[in-house]
Every structure is written in C-alpha cells, then in structure tokens.
Design a binder for this molecule. Structure first.
Ligand code: BES
Ligand code: MN
Ligand code: ZN
Length: 495
C-alpha cells in the first residue's frame, strides 16, 4: 500500500473514497464544509436520520452522493476527544467498510479526529498499521494465491496544516517499516512446522543480511557442542531436525556503542517432548517460534528505518518432540553457563533453549537484554490475550517497555520477579529444576531465566497470550514487533 499526506482542500480531492468523521450529536466535522452545497445538505439529511435512529457512532458507506463522484464513508465519533481504543476501533470499522468497496484510493480525514494526548503522527502511524492488518492475507501454502485480493492501493492522510509535515512523513516511514516487520513475523509464524523448521528460520535470517547494515551468523549443533550448550542441545535431541542458533547483528549506531540484545524463542514446534502435550489445539504449537520471528521482524523494521542503534538478535531454534533419544523427565543437563538443570518436565523447554542463548549473548557485552518468548500457558491465565507479561531485573528497562507498550498499543503488564518465587526452582539433584510447580508459572519461568542474566540489565516478555489468535481468526498477530520497534525508537532518541 502506498501512503502520503495531503493538504488539498476536500473539493479538490480526487481519490475514490473520502473517509470523513462526523461528531455526535450528528454534525459534520468542519473539514467537510468545502464540499458542494447539495452534497452537504444530502449528508446532513443522512446524519439527521442517523441521529433519529439513536445510533451512537456508526460507520456508514455512502454511494451515489449528489454533487461528488466519490464514495463517502462517514465515520461516527463522540464529540469529546476519543481515547486510544476508541480511535483504533474507528480505524478497524473504517477498514472493514472500505474493504467492501472496490476503491483503489482513499483519503482519510480521520487525522482531524481528536484523540486524547495523541498528535497527528501517532494517528497516522496507527492508521497505517490498521490498514496493513486488514490487508494482510496468508496465502503461502494455498494453491490459489490471489484469493480475496484487496483492491485498495493508496491512502492519503489529510493534514489540517497546523502540524509539521516532516513529522507526518516520518510517521508514514515508521508506520510502513513497522508494518513490514509485523508482516514478516506473521508470515514466518503462520507457516506450518514442516516448512518453518530451524533451518528455514535460519535461511530467512540469512536473507535479512542482504541489507548492508545486517550481518547474520548461523551456528549449527557442532558449534553448539563446542560452546557446551548442553541445555539447548538436550531439547533438540528428541527431534530429527537439527537445531540452529541464529545471530543477526544490525549496526546502525556508532562502532563502539554497546548493542541492545533481543533474544527470541524459536521453537518451531512444541509437542512437549516426552512430557507430551494433550492433542487438542496442538497444531498451535507451530507458533512457539513467535518470539524468534518477532526478532527477525524487528531486524527488518530497523533496516528499513535505518535507526541509529546497534542491535543484536539471537534466536535459538529447535523442535521439541518425543523420540527414543529424547530428553527424559529427571535427566540432568549442564548449561553453557556451567549451571546444572534437572529437567522435571520436558515441556518446559523454552527456558532450556533460552538459557544457553542468553549466556551466549554475554559476548556482545550488551547495554540491555530483552528476551521474547511464548514461554508459559500460565501467562494466558494471568493476563489473557490483551497484554504481554513483562518481568525484569532492571526496573528502568521494564518502565521503558511499559511506556513503549502504551504508545504503540502493543501493551505489556508487569509481574513481580521477587526472590521468594525463585525457591520453587530448588532441586535435590542439580543446581535448579526447570519447573517451579503450578503456582505463579510465569514468574518462576522468569526466575529461571534470571539465573542466566545476572550480568545484564535484562527484561523478559512472555507473549504466550498475545503472539497469535485462536479460533476462527486463527493467525499470528505480529506482536510484539511494534512494542520493540517503539522501544528502540525511544532508545535511539534518548541518545
Ligand atoms: N510453549 C509452551 C507455552 C505455551 C503454552 C504458550 C500454550 C502458549 C500456549 C511452553 O513450552 C510450555 O509448554 N510451557 C509449560 C511449562 C510447564 C511445563 C511448567 C506450560 O505452560 O504448560
Ligand atoms: Mn513446552
Ligand atoms: Zn514451548
């Protein structure tokens, strides 16, 4: 999709569809006043009927409007300033109505809607993300590729003239780059486990290195053995697909500047191993690589935005399957850090592959480390599907993520990383167990990772509830690419 800003008056607008907000009680936003008189009076009639119906804020698609050639979408908003959610809902409503037309071009006058504490560039960025979300189609493994093709090709955002055009253009650049990262993440995540294997993920990471600022290095199982990554290799033993450790370095900042490390769980299929999962919905465990996919997505966004930061992305990638040679409950493995782990449940494999990846990350002397993982079902019980969990050892980093989450609307909620919980990991036979029992499963998982991040300013994102949707609209969400991109934009701005 192509996006632009425009300050043409509405009577000079030549796009196929005008998306105009109207306020409740029914009156057109002043922006429409330049439409021909017959159009205005016809629209006023429509709004009067709407008002009489008592509908609060419908989105109306109008054809054959007198005096104009275009279709008009009237988008109802409350007279007072909207909150973020109401604006995002408005965008979704507009996108689905727009999808019913065959308009190729549209002008959004929605930039004139008041959204509490948000400026035009925020409204533009969110509109682009909503448009790309509604235009997203997964067809990689379908035989008919052009299924349900979206005719919309371009959206123009109308400016009142008071805002900085440069900032709005930047918002378009940011919106498009973030959307591209989200799309890459969704595409990878939606692929089935038989296609998106650790080797496939590694190949995609190598493709990213086509960008001059990105270098990709892939470690195979031999390399891992040399590094004594006993935990990561133990998970991979139950699978015939060889594991990979994917390392992507983006150099946008100063040569000697310490990087931000993003460590993403890339478990391409989690059957649970010998602690086999129940069959229902097990297909969704192809999404257990969403943390890793989001790291690739962010790399894509960074390259597109040319953000002045250094970022290293580390993605341990493996399958978790039951096999005669698989890791068994009770087995003890030695991690790269030297710490030993009693594996009481082979289904708690994410932390096993992540702990070695985290220790590996030490060599980059990172300024901050954020890991991203579909780590615990318990996180879905705690937070549902709206907010990701965040826990960390460095409160300023956690705060920065919370702030980036509020701005991006790809939100997080903090859970406590208190010492007390760590005791649940006690083992009689090793330095720690890999599970801490049923209570506070998300927290004990983070406590486990904390034992491998003592040298870092570190935060952990549990995206088990937010990385994909189940049910009829089953599919990856691309979260938390926007959150991470916003965090990095803020970090770069803070210098
Ligand atoms: N990948 C799963 C977590 C998960 C489950 C994410 C369902 C999204 C939906 C992870 O590897 C896992 O199996 N965790 C176990 C940990 C338990 C054995 C301590 C879980 O959450 O049940
Ligand atoms: Mn598991
Ligand atoms: Zn898993």
């Amino acid at each position: 999709m192509h996006y632009s800003v425009s300050d043409k008056p509405i009577n000079k607008d030549d796009s196929d569809c005008l998306v105009i907000p109207y306020a409740q009680p029914a009156e057109l936003k002043p922006i429409a006043q330049r439409l021909p008189a017959e159009t205005l009076s016809w629209l006023a009639d429509v709004l009067e009927q709407e008002h009489a119906r008592g509908d609060k804020s419908r989105t109306l698609l109008l054809h054959r409007v007198p005096g104009v050639e275009q279709r008009i979408i009237l988008a109802g908003v409350k007279k007072t300033a909207l909150n973020d959610r109401a604006y995002l809902k408005l965008l979704n409503d507009v996108m689905s109505v727009l999808g019913e037309t065959n308009a190729r071009t549209a002008t959004f006058y929605l930039t004139h809607v008041d959204v509490k504490k948000r400026d035009t560039s925020w409204k533009i960025r969110q509109a682009i993300l909503a448009a790309e979300e509604s235009a997203y189609r997964y067809d990689e493994t379908k035989s008919k590729k052009d299924h349900d093709k979206v005719p919309l090709e371009a959206i123009s955002f109308h400016l009142a003239g008071t805002e900085s055009k440069d900032r709005c253009e930047l918002a378009i650049k940011q919106g498009c780059s973030i959307a591209e990262g989200i799309t890459l993440t969704k595409d990878l995540a939606n692929l089935p486990g038989n296609i998106c294997t650790p080797r496939h993920l590694a190949k995609q990471a190598e493709k990213l290195a086509a960008h001059e600022k990105i270098t990709t290095t892939i470690l195979d199982e031999e390399d891992m053995a040399e590094l004594s990554m006993g935990a990561l290799l133990a998970v991979s033993r139950g699978s015939r697909e060889p594991a990979r450790l994917i390392v992507m370095e983006y150099k946008g900042g100063k040569e000697d500047e310490a990087p931000i490390a993003l460590v993403g769980k890339g478990l391409t299929f989690d059957a649970g191993g010998i602690s086999l999962k129940p069959g229902a919905s097990m297909d969704e465990m192809k999404y257990d690589m969403c943390g890793g996919a989001s790291v690739l997505g962010v790399m894509q966004t960074l390259a597109q935005l040319e953000l002045p930061v250094n970022v290293v992305g580390v993605v341990p990638s493996s399958e978790n399957l039951p096999d005669g040679d698989a890791l068994k409950p009770g087995d003890i493995v030695t991690s790269m850090s030297g710490q030993t782990i009693e594996v009481l449940n082979t289904d708690a494999e994410g932390r096993l592959i992540l702990c070695d990846a985290l220790t590996y990350t030490e060599r980059f002397k990172p300024a901050r480390v954020i890991d991203i993982a579909t780590l615990t079902g318990a996180c879905i019980i705690a937070l549902g599907h709206h907010l990701s969990g965040v826990l960390g050892s460095h409160q300023k980093l956690v705060d920065a993520l919370i702030k980036a989450g509020e701005f991006s609307r790809d939100g997080v909620w903090q859970l406590p990383l208190a010492d007390e919980y760590d005791e649940q990991l006690k083992s009689n036979f090793a330095d720690m167990a890999n599970i801490g029992g049923r209570p506070a499963g998300t927290i004990t998982a983070a406590c486990f990772l904390a034992r491998f991040t003592r040298k870092f300013k570190w935060a952990h994102l549990d995206i088990a509830g937010t990385a994909w949707k189940s049910g009829k609209a089953k599919g990856a969400t691309g979260r938390p690419v926007h959150l991470l991109a916003q965090f990095l934009i803020d970090y770069a701005n803070a210098g």
